[in-house]
Design a protein around this ligand. Sequence first.
Ligand code: PEP
Length: 257
Amino acid sequence: MRKKILAANWKMNLTNGEASDYLEVLVKELGEVNDVEVVLIPPFTAIAALAALSDRAPFIRLGAQNLHWEKSGAFTGEISAGMLRALYVKYVVVGHSERRLLFGESDAVINRKVRAALEAGLRPILCVGETLQQRENDGVEKVLEYQLREGLRDVSPKDFSEVVIAYEPVWAIGTGRTATSDQAQAAHAFARRILAAVSDHAIAERVRIQYGGSVKPENTEELMRKPDIDGALVGGASLDPRSFAQIIRKAEAALAA
Ligand code: PEP
């Protein structure tokens, strides 16, 4: 049974002080969470503030939005996996579509980051997904297969189930347009078949595949009921702790359904 993982990608939002206030509200709203995994992914500058409050919210895991693949050195402006580990970070987003499209990250770079994260004991959240143009020209499956095969190239079988995949159709990110639950389920089932082809069936069954793209409280439960949707990567709707708390509650409700 794969534990659902609900992750809040704050992108370039919230200061360290605002992050602490957010956590207080989230904890007040939620009390305790046992059945799903909750990950907060703040900007680098707010990670330490959240780590310092971890005893207030032991159910929360920390994530980062990016990393560099080298361990240290002359890479001005970059952050290594080891630096993140030292702040108790467990997850790191790799290959978000904003990194691919706005910062020119290639699948080869993304693969280096995935492997660096795993080598340091971090769990990469590898984002894949098609643009609208790719959906129309190439088809979803071709894009997903390429991004998964390249992103996971040379990942060892022992590390495979540490990876989380986030299927994020680019046309659904920050647009208010969500993939239907059937569209998302079809893409997730296809992604799992590719995972089985590059590892094996048993490993692919253990890998969690999150959906991302305009997830909000109103559409969470239906998405989370689908058999291959193992959680959500939430951008905009995660910036308000009350709304993210509702998303977590809806995901728990889907488990009970
Ligand atoms: C994201 O940035 O990963 C994302 C899914 O954003 P939003 O929820 O705002 O569409």
